[in-house]
Design a binder for this molecule. Structure first.
Ligand code: PLP
Length: 452
């Protein structure tokens, strides 16, 4: 067994981490996570940590669920791999396709499997263009997305995403992808009531469609609630209006459910909470609760019919599309979500309780806003809650708060001045109370730093 220091040295010597400044990492050393159970992690120094981010928005059923481990073991012994190319299939992949059709909104009866959310979104780019070409409209190429969205790190995923600092590396976006502002009231809507703002923000889509030319637009893509962008929960009027605009111009609507899917928002999929009826849905993360990589695209009958009857061969796929072990774990995971009634638990019990508890944080002198959607939430940290005046950026208030969380046994993520959570869906009310006490303590410590 190696010491923490030895792990850190080997890590810095060989491991280039995603989204990490390697020089800073080498100076400080990684925190080495060694085990987990339920909603808790332990590091190599034996510290217990409440994981309010579900790993990376994915461990929906919590850590240490034996039925997922058993499903993987059984399938590894029976048939560890076979592909789904060239008219072959394996029972777990077929069973998963069937089960996904059962839990998805009724327009979805088909699925295309990938290995991750990024690959799912790459698939979307090719699939929607292929769909329109199959209908004799190959000029419909443009996909509209949003600023500050996150859709993955592949060339197409990062292009669909609206993070400028990502575009700056590697010459993105790729051609045919354009962005509109995000429906973030704090940034774009102050002075307007939120419902009015929701319609105004959706109107930016219509303006963009008219600017590009409706005959050139293939699809619009968005996360029901932007996750990595800072848990930006749109006003209730936003998605219904987006749906109306897509319908008006016949444009495909793509819901990126990589974070919002599988119970996170208190429904199986975020589009059901937020009020849209997408033509395609990408998923990953919660489909296996992160126990093993798997992603894909749910394809509505509108699209599937054209692809199947007019599309011919879709020249696209991944070695691991429908990986049998990943599929077996996903089946076990979805059955566990059903058995534990986690969607109902989030919708009717722990979600409303979290909302109520989070709202009490609005009394804290650092908190300008506190909002949740199911089991995702965000706190806006500001200098003056009455006017939402921000702290100077160089104070990095979010990072200060995140540091206190880390030091006090809580994982919460900082996105600029927003502190965000997305805990495992198995969380109980008592665990919400435990998390809230930690959050309050960390906010107090952050406030003391900000004032000093
Ligand atoms: N889409 C959304 C909304 C995400 O949050 C993520 C990852 O965080 C992705 C896509 C990319 O998924 P992956 O990291 O599995 O490629």
């Amino acid at each position: 067994q190696r010491s923490t220091r030895e792990w850190q040295q080997a890590d810095a010597a060989h491991f280039l981490h995603p989204f990490t400044d390697s020089k800073a990492l080498a100076a400080k050393g990684s925190r080495i996570i060694t085990k987990a159970e339920n909603i808790y992690l332990w590091d190599s120094e034996g510290h217990k940590i409440l994981d309010a981010m579900s790993g990376l928005w994915c461990v929906n059923v919590g850590y240490g669920q034996p039925s997922l481990v058993e499903a993987a073991t059984r399938q590894l012994q029976q048939l560890p791999f076979y592909n789904a190319f060239f008219q072959t299939a394996t029972p777990p992949a077929i069973e998963l396709a069937e089960l996904l059709a059962e839990v998805s909104p009724p327009q979805f009866q088909h699925v295309f499997f990938a290995g991750s959310g990024s690959e799912g979104n790459d698939t979307v780019v090719r699939m929607v263009r292929h769909y329109w070409a199959s209908l004799g409209q190959p000029e419909r190429q443009v996909i509209i997305s949003r600023e500050n969205a996150y859709h993955g790190s592949t060339m197409a995923g990062a292009s669909l995403g609206g993070m400028r600092y990502m575009h700056a590396q590697g010459g993105l976006p790729i051609p045919g992808i354009t962005h509109i502002p995000q429906p973030y009231w704090v940034e774009h809507g102050q002075g307007m009531d939120k419902d009015t703002f929701g319609k105004v923000a959706a109107g930016w889509l219509e303006a963009k469609i008219l600017e590009v030319g409706p005959e050139k637009v293939a699809a619009f893509i968005g996360e029901p609630v932007q996750g990595a962008g800072g848990v930006i929960i749109p006003p209730a009027t936003y998605w219904p209006e987006i749906q109306r605009i897509c319908d008006k111009y016949g444009i495909l609507l793509v819901s990126d459910e990589v974070i919002c899917g599988f119970g996170r928002t208190g429904a199986w999929f975020g589009c059901e909470t937020q009020g849209s009826r997408p033509d395609l849905m990408t998923f990953a993360k919660g489909v296996t609760s992160g126990y093993i990589p798997l992603g894909g695209v749910m394809v509505s009958e509108r699209v599937a019919k054209v692809l199947i009857e007019q599309g011919g061969e879709f020249e696209h796929g991944f070695t691991y599309s429908g990986h049998p072990v990943a599929a077996a774990v996903a089946v076990a995971n979805i059955r566990l979500i059903q058995k534990l009634r986690l969607v109902e638990h989030v919708r009717d019990d722990v979600g409303p309780y979290l909302a109520q508890q989070f709202a009490t944080l609005k009394d804290h002198p650092l908190v300008g806003d506190a909002e949740t959607c199911g089991l995702m939430g965000a706190l806006l940290l500001v200098k003056d809650p009455a006017t939402l005046t921000p702290f100077p950026a160089e104070l990095e208030i979010g990072m200060v708060c995140r540091g206190h969380c880390f030091g006090n046994g809580l994982i919460m993520r900082a996105v600029g001045n927003r502190m965000i959570i997305a805990p495992p869906l198995v969380m109980t009310r008592a665990q919400v109370d435990e998390m809230m006490a930690l959050i309050r303590r960390c906010l107090d410590l952050t406030l003391a730093d900000a004032r000093s």
